[in-house]
Unconditional design. Structure first.
Length: 169
């Protein structure tokens, strides 16, 4: 980590992985994936399907004139792993929902399961009161369309949260 000032200055005394601090997120399987990558017959780990997290902690010794008199402090770095297909969604930060919707509908017109999704969409009244059953049905139709498009080789299938393991409850 030569770009990290604490590493350059020699302030890092130790670094270690912590037990999972957030019980609502699974721990990133670092040891499992490292084992796959460094095995005698290495293999690339399967893509992750859910958010996971790993906490790296470092004990840093303060530098400078009074550094020798100060106790080391611990710095925690929380590394969050998002499924790769979610990275496609970063482009959504720069467009409006209306623009994204128009683009998604345009893409559906020529893609696998697009006709079925568009037919379901055509029966939906956007001004009607929320009907959860209808909303779930439409979300499932969109998910089916995205998964079929991914299987057909399309890589611009956002929203990533509507991926292969998506459930809409």
């Amino acid at each position: 980590m030569p770009q990290m000032q604490a590493a350059r200055s020699g302030a890092i005394r130790t670094a270690f992985l912590q037990p999972q601090h957030d019980d609502t997120l699974p721990r990133f399987e670092y040891a499992t994936y490292l084992g796959q990558l460094t095995a005698p017959n290495p293999s690339w780990p399967d893509g992750t399907r859910h958010i996971s997290e790993l906490r790296l902690s470092m004990k840093l010794q303060p530098n400078g004139l009074l550094g020798g008199f100060m106790a080391p402090r611990t710095v925690h770095i929380d590394i969050v792993d998002y499924p790769g297909e979610w990275l496609l969604d970063l482009g959504l930060l720069d467009i409006s929902f209306a623009d994204w919707s128009a683009a998604a509908i345009a893409k559906a017109q020529d893609r696998p399961e697009g006709a079925a999704f568009l037919a379901a969409l055509a029966t939906t009244d956007p001004d009607a009161q929320l009907d959860e059953v209808a909303a779930k049905t439409l979300a499932q139709s969109f998910t089916t369309h995205l998964n079929a498009s991914r299987e057909a080789g399309y890589s611009d299938c956002s929203l990533g949260l509507f991926g292969p393991d998506a459930t809409h409850s």
